[in-house]
Write a protein that binds this ligand. Structure first.
Ligand SMILES: [Cu+2]
Length: 145
């Protein structure tokens, strides 16, 4: 009996490693009153989780623009959905290459918040390039912690 419990415990430990979650982010022209938006635009995930960027409507082009030190950047190719696995903890900011001027931006927090000061600094410079929904990124970053 004891041995069985031990086996079960080991199995649980092994499986918990392989049970990384997959999330989906939609790229939308319109959602309610909001135009050119990612949904969800703020995502909190664990290290090792994957995010699929779905081309729900055509013409969007997500790409990372701010990532933690030693993390990998990403960019969508063509109109195909992309899957990104996040192995480094911290805040990631991405936007849509075609609609960033309209404030099409998103935030992913992987594990603990580690680089919030840098992210805010980045956001303050970034919003100079944005003409619509200028405050979106700052608002998104305020949701972290
Ligand atoms: Cu777009």
């Amino acid at each position: 009996m004891k041995l069985n419990l031990f086996k079960i415990l080991i199995m649980c430990l092994l499986f918990s490693k392989t049970f990384a979650a997959t999330y989906e982010v939609k790229m939308l022209n319109k959602e309610g009153k909001e135009l050119m938006i990612f949904n969800p635009s703020v995502l909190k995930i664990n290290v090792g989780d994957t995010v699929k960027f779905l081309p729900s409507t055509r013409g969007h082009h997500p790409r990372s623009i701010f990532i933690p030190k030693d993390a990998k950047s990403w960019e969508m190719k063509g109109n195909k959905e992309i899957e990104v696995t996040f192995n480094k903890e911290g805040i990631y900011i991405y936007d849509c290459k075609n609609h960033y001027v309209m404030g099409m931006v998103g935030v992913i927090q992987v594990g603990k918040v580690m680089n919030l000061d840098h992210a805010i600094e980045f956001s303050n410079k970034y919003k100079k390039k944005v003409s619509m929904n200028k405050e979106r990124l700052s608002e998104y970053l305020r949701e972290l912690k």
